[in-house]
Design a protein around this ligand. Structure first.
Ligand code: SF4
Length: 338
């Protein structure tokens, strides 16, 4: 059973049924960044989602959002940031590059302003922990307890392929929703071969309150951090931005003749006919694999392996726009002076 294949097929299924933005493998802890990585995040659209789409295809750096820079008069960049100058410099450059800031020079000094006000673009954030095989739970219980006590996301769901017993349900916090995911082993499970059976609904988490983040465990005690509501709100915004910029199509296609792009799920996934499933090129593929075939042997000189443009697919299939109008307008405006 491959967690990677499970994750991609679940994302493809959710993308066609949910509004907003989906992403994989995003950090969701605050006191210990990287301490908790969520497998899948669904960011639901807020009132100004269209404005976010128009703003930029990339993630907006948090320091640029927090900076005291508005849309009116441009400010000297060094006066607008309350962080280390190197971080401020990086945020200014990136914000200009992706079209959130524009800059002007006066007397050798650089001034910046926002091209558009940062929009109120997301609402609920749902985290999904994938554990296709509950027989190999790893740190599952501790991870879900962290998600519930920290409550950075509005809902947390466990997605599995295993039969879920009462004992399984009793071991995980009550607020955690549980989905049993049925995949393509029998025909007729939805047009993409995936069906979600809701075993238990999730309960809303207290995102507006302080959260408790477990840190290190020692015999008889666990170190914790109390995370204030404003730190959680910043983290939520960062999760939203990372999800918007990154999406979930963050996988490669192996240079192996046995792998073919498969779009039967509605999204194009790297399907290996030797393994009979979707594969993770980064960790599973290479010339030492028993089923590896050099690409040149399976393709004639005129027939190269099909190129897959995952960014174009994301643009086509989701509200995310690779080249939003606002950016195009600014670029054509610059061209007039080129
Ligand atoms: S390298 Fe192996 S696992 Fe990867 S696509 Fe080729 S046959 Fe499949």
């Amino acid at each position: 059973m491959s967690e990677f294949a499970f994750e991609l097929e679940l994302c493809a299924h959710l993308e066609s049924r949910r509004e907003g933005v989906l992403a994989r493998q995003l950090g969701a802890s605050v006191a210990d960044p990287g301490g908790r990585i969520l497998d899948v995040v669904c960011v639901e659209p807020g009132p100004a989602f269209d404005d976010r789409v128009a703003l930029s295809s990339a993630a907006v750096p948090d320091a640029a959002i927090e900076a005291d820079v508005g849309t009116g008069r441009a400010r000297y960049w060094k006066d607008a940031f309350d962080c280390h100058p190197d971080q401020a410099r990086r945020a200014v450059d990136r914000a200009c590059e992706i079209g959130f800031f524009e800059r002007e020079r006066r007397k050798g000094r650089e001034y910046v302003r926002q091209v558009a006000r940062y929009p109120d673009w997301y609402s609920r954030i749902v985290g999904i922990e994938n554990k296709p095989d509950l027989g190999r739970p790893g740190d599952l219980e501790a991870q879900l307890r962290t998600d519930v006590s920290l409550a950075v996301v509005d809902e947390i769901v466990l997605a599995t392929e295993s039969y879920v017993t009462r004992a399984h349900l009793n071991r995980i916090p009550e607020a955690v929703g549980v989905w049993r995911v049925h995949r393509e082993d029998s025909s007729g499970q939805g047009e993409d071969g995936v069906e979600i059976e809701v075993i238990r609904e999730s309960e809303p988490l207290a995102v507006e309150d302080s959260g408790i983040e477990p840190l290190e465990s020692h015999p008889g005690r666990t170190d914790i951090a109390v995370v204030a509501p404003d730190a959680k709100a910043r983290k939520r915004r960062r999760i939203g931005e990372r999800a918007y910029g990154k999406g979930w199509r963050t996988y490669d296609f192996p240079a192996c003749g046995t792998c073919r792009p498969d779009d039967s799920s509605g999204a194009t996934l790297p399907y290996c006919s030797w393994k009979g499933r979707v594969v993770d090129a980064g960790s599973e593929c290479g010339t030492s694999c028993g089923g590896y075939e050099p690409v040149s042997e399976s393709c004639s000189e005129t027939e190269s392996p099909p190129a897959v443009d995952l960014e174009a697919e994301r643009d086509r299939r989701t509200p995310w726009t690779a080249d939003p109008d606002g950016k195009r307008r600014r670029q054509s405006g610059l061209d007039q002076f080129g």
